[in-house]
Structure formats: C-alpha cells, structure tokens
Design a protein around this ligand. Structure first.
Ligand SMILES: [Fe+2]
Length: 311
C-alpha cells in the first residue's frame, strides 16, 4: 500500500506539563519539545497548549512522491484544497478541524520480539513445579503508538476524506456508528466515532502481550486508582486485548496487545472480515462500556471551547 505507517499525532491540552509527567510515569521516551514515543520509537505524540483539549493533527507516512501526487489529485477532485510541499500533502478535515498530513517516510522499524512463554493449558502442561515467569514481571514502556480514535460531528465526511481522499483502507465499520481505518498493516490506525464536538476519544499503545498490558496498566492504576476507565477486555474489531486509563487531560489512553494484522487485502475481505454488527462494536468480552466513552465527562467544557472558536 502506498500509505504504510502512522507517524503520529499532535494534540493540545490545557496543561501539557501534567500530561508530560504522566507520559514519563508510563515510561514513554521524549519530552514536550520532541514529542513522546514508545520503546520502539516510531509514531510520536506531540503535545501543545490550548484552552481546551483537542486533536490538532494526524501524520501519516507514504512511500514516495507518486503517492503524494495521487493523494493531492484525489483531494482536489473531491473539492478539498490540499497544500502540497516537496515531501508532503496536507489537508484540513472541515468536520473536526484536524489537519491531516501525508509525508514520504521510511518504513517503521520494530525492535526484536520478546520471547513469549507458552502457558499451561488443560491437556498441554508445559510448566511444572515452578511459577509462571510473568508473575515476576514489572511495568515497562509500551512498544509503540498504534492508533487513535477521533470523534467527528460529521462522521461520514471525515470517513470519506480519509478513505477516498487520503487513501486509508477500511478494515471494519458499522455505518454511522464506528469506522476502523488503517494506513499500515495494523487493523486500525485511525478509528472514527460520532461526537457532538471534535474530540480525541482515545489513543493506544501496543504492548508485547497481555502480561505487559497488565503490569503496565496496573502500575498506572495503583498510582491513581481513579484513572482506571475500562478493561480488562478483548475487542471484536481488531481482536486486541485492552485496558483503558484516563489521562490527566481527559482522553482515554489504551494499552493493548494481539491486534489483527492485514497484509493481504483480499484475504482479509474474504476470510478475516466477518460481518460486524452493533453488538460487536463494544467488545467480545469484558466489562460494559462506561457511559463516559460515549458522553465525555468534560463535554460541557469542550462544547464551550469549540463555541468560543466560532465557525
Ligand atoms: Fe483502541
């Protein structure tokens, strides 16, 4: 695919230093000047200051200039007004006021995998007379930023701009409810949901496995039990295990593992992408969806913030 990776996103919050301190607790690399990454580097979260929290920009990597030409042309054919520079194309999504940039980028580099331990299961016991190694584990930084979910007041317009203009692929969707789009082999890099005002609903960091999710989320939870938001569970779309925490700025931060990967579009469409209905949009197992995932606790503040910006 011409698009091949998520390069990161830029958000703005009222107190960047507080969010940066939280990222340091999580073990992310970087600072407010450079942005924050997981232990593999890769996609970067940049934090700016603004009166209310918002997503400012999404960066996506593509292979070459020809990809940029094609994206620019598709955007213009849709009536958008992209800005073309030598190694990038940028367009503003009018519905969310998020700036979407595609730029020529090197492939993402992933460090070596950890040695995963086969668990004991009934009928196939592989570990006898000793504890599971995972009980001696400790929190550690997540590997990489994998995806973000954006709330849009015009879900269809944002979806169509990303799919038909930018060239993201659709992995799963329930029309009018939720769209899972990818710009890499990850099942989703950008999720879209409906929202009264534009919102960074959540963003997600990939971990090695479920124990990595558990150890790292537990450490954050124990420092501030009120930050626990949702989990542990397993999603249907993407198949990933998840545990969500509330970041200090009000967005949800997800730690996940075992996401579906798609390298063959035809195989995914024919065999992988089973029908997805409303009942699958929450999870396949785990606690019920908290109300604040649909109606943010700071919605009134966000509405006032957006109203102050005018149209
Ligand atoms: Fe997610």
């Amino acid at each position: 695919m011409s698009l091949h990776r998520l390069l990161g996103f830029r958000c703005a919050v009222a107190d960047p230093a507080r969010l940066g301190a939280y990222y340091a607790e999580l073990g992310l690399t970087g600072d407010l000047g450079s942005g924050y990454t997981g232990s593999d580097g890769g996609a970067v979260v940049i934090v700016d200051q603004a009166p209310f929290r918002r997503l400012v920009a999404i960066d996506i990597g593509c292979d070459n200039d020809r990809d940029l030409d094609a994206i620019e042309q598709r955007l213009e054919e849709r009536g958008a007004r992209p800005t073309r520079e030598s190694e990038s194309v940028t367009v503003l999504d009018a519905a969310t006021r998020v700036q979407i940039t595609v730029r020529v980028a090197e492939p993402e580099s992933i460090n070596s995998p950890v040695d995963l331990v086969t668990p004991n299961v009934p009928g196939a016991v592989v570990r006898m007379n000793e504890r599971a190694p995972a009980v001696f584990g400790a929190p550690r930084p997540p590997r990489r930023l994998g995806h973000l979910v954006l709330g849009s007041p015009d879900l269809r317009a944002t979806r169509d701009l990303l799919v038909e203009g930018i060239g993201c692929k659709v992995s799963d969707e329930v029309d009018g409810v939720i769209h899972f789009l990818r710009c890499s082999t990850d099942h989703h890099n950008i999720g879209l949901v409906h929202s009264h005002v534009p919102i960074l609903q959540h963003y997600s960091w990939e971990c090695d496995d479920l124990d990595h999710v558990g150890h790292t989320a537990t450490a954050l939870y124990r420092r501030d039990p009120s930050s626990h938001a949702w989990g542990l569970g397993r999603h249907f779309a993407g198949s990933n295990f998840y545990w969500y925490l509330r970041d200090p700025a009000g967005a949800f931060l997800e730690l996940y593992s075992d996401l579906d990967r798609i390298t063959d579009d035809v195989a995914w469409q024919q065999h992988g992408r089973t029908p997805m209905s409303l009942e699958h949009t929450i999870n396949t197992w785990g606690p019920n969806l908290p109300t604040e995932f649909v109606i943010p606790a700071d919605l009134a503040e966000l509405e006032a913030g957006w109203a102050s910006l005018g149209s």
